[in-house]
Design a protein around this ligand. Structure first.
Ligand code: ZN
Length: 343
């Protein structure tokens, strides 16, 4: 899908398109217009401003959509959908079905027992849905010509059920630990991949030892599209609403330095890298809940709804549940679809 036509009429959200051709604004991924970003706005602006803007200006089309013409780190003017929901916490926190199921750079395909006509595990807070659409469009446009990578849209996994319950609850098999994937706060999302023809949730690394599944990467990722994944994560960090994003312990050490490169090149605003500690992982099991079951997906969690997004993030997978390790074990042994097993 072309990335110059982001629309979102199904949810009543305004089809906001970043200004297409207003000088440097079009090359500033964050637009720099939101009060919430004031603290970092100077950094972002200088990050884009200190670059020689002439090359990109001449390449810019009126539509705001261009293709990188000078290699990996060219910065096309990208017309992106909105990053954050504007409205009251009640409005932005409303659970909505993630629709349309296919959009710019993403595919909310049916999984874990869903069907095309019954995506019962795919309800998210409106602000989370908006942010995911933004991050997916960001990769679709800015990473368009990058290699390697299969170029497919990113696959979206479990969210919440319509009433805010953990996915699987309505069929008697909640698939995630208590305190996660409730009320549309969290979403499982695939990694971008270098092999195959889609970016659905699947392991991106070897994860068995002695023939036994370890449920985490035991070796270097083999099909991880490091650069697009880093760009995707960085786009999420541009929102003040992002609490934490968890990845596998062998994915984190690859994507975080890559994200820094993207910031240094101006493909991501400096703000993303100022917040890079919000992408978290465990190389050993320290009990924070990230060590296992993130070899086939990343997990993004938003802060609780608030008018002010300032409260610091918790680094826990499930900040309000002390039973997480026990629950993860139960899900693993029971082969419950969701967090531990995806299909
Ligand atoms: Zn999750």
């Amino acid at each position: 899908m072309a990335c110059g036509s982001p629309t979102d009429t199904s949810t009543g959200d305004p089809p906001v398109v970043a200004e297409a051709d207003t000088g440097t604004a079009a090359s500033d991924p964050d637009g720099g217009t939101e009060p919430a970003d004031t603290g970092a706005a100077t950094g972002e602006d200088s990050a884009t401003g200190e670059d020689s803007a002439t090359g990109e200006d001449t390449a810019k089309a009126d539509s705001g959509m261009t293709t990188p013409e000078t290699g990996d780190d060219a910065k096309p003017g990208c017309a992106l959908p909105p990053k954050d929901c504007s409205g009251t916490p009640t409005y932005c926190g409303e659970l909505v079905p993630f629709e349309p199921v296919k959009g710019i750079g993403y595919d909310n395909y049916p999984l874990n027992g869903e069907t095309l006509s019954n995506q019962y595990r795919s309800y998210a807070r409106r602000d989370l849905m908006i942010l995911v659409k933004y991050a997916a469009a960001y990769v679709e446009c800015y990473g368009k010509s990058w290699t390697p990578g299969n170029g497919a849209p990113i696959g979206l996994g479990d969210m919440s059920e319509k009433n805010g319950a953990i996915p699987g609850t309505s069929v008697g098999s909640p698939g995630h630990p208590a305190g996660t994937h409730t009320n549309g706060n969290d979403m499982d999302i695939a990694y971008f991949q270098t092999a195959g023809t889609n970016n659905y949730l699947r392991a991106v690394c070897p994860h068995t030892s002695g023939g036994v599944d370890q449920y985490h990467c035991v070796g270097a990722p083999t099909i991880l599209d490091v650069k697009r994944t880093a760009l995707f994560l960085g786009a999420f960090l541009l929102s003040d609403r992002t609490r934490i994003i968890g990845v596998d312990g062998k994915v984190g050490p690859l994507v975080i330095p890559e994200m820094q490169k993207l910031c240094d090149a101006g493909t991501l605003p400096k703000l993303a890298c100022d917040r890079k500690s919000m992408v978290t992982y465990e190389t050993t099991d320290t009990g924070r809940g990230w060590y296992k079951f993130h070899h086939h997906h990343l997990h993004i969690s938003l802060k609780k709804l608030a008018a002010d997004w300032s409260p610091g993030p918790s680094e826990m997978f499930s900040p309000e549940s002390s039973a997480t390790p026990f629950e993860l074990e139960r899900l693993e042994h029971g082969h419950v679809l969701g967090h531990a097993h995806v299909e």
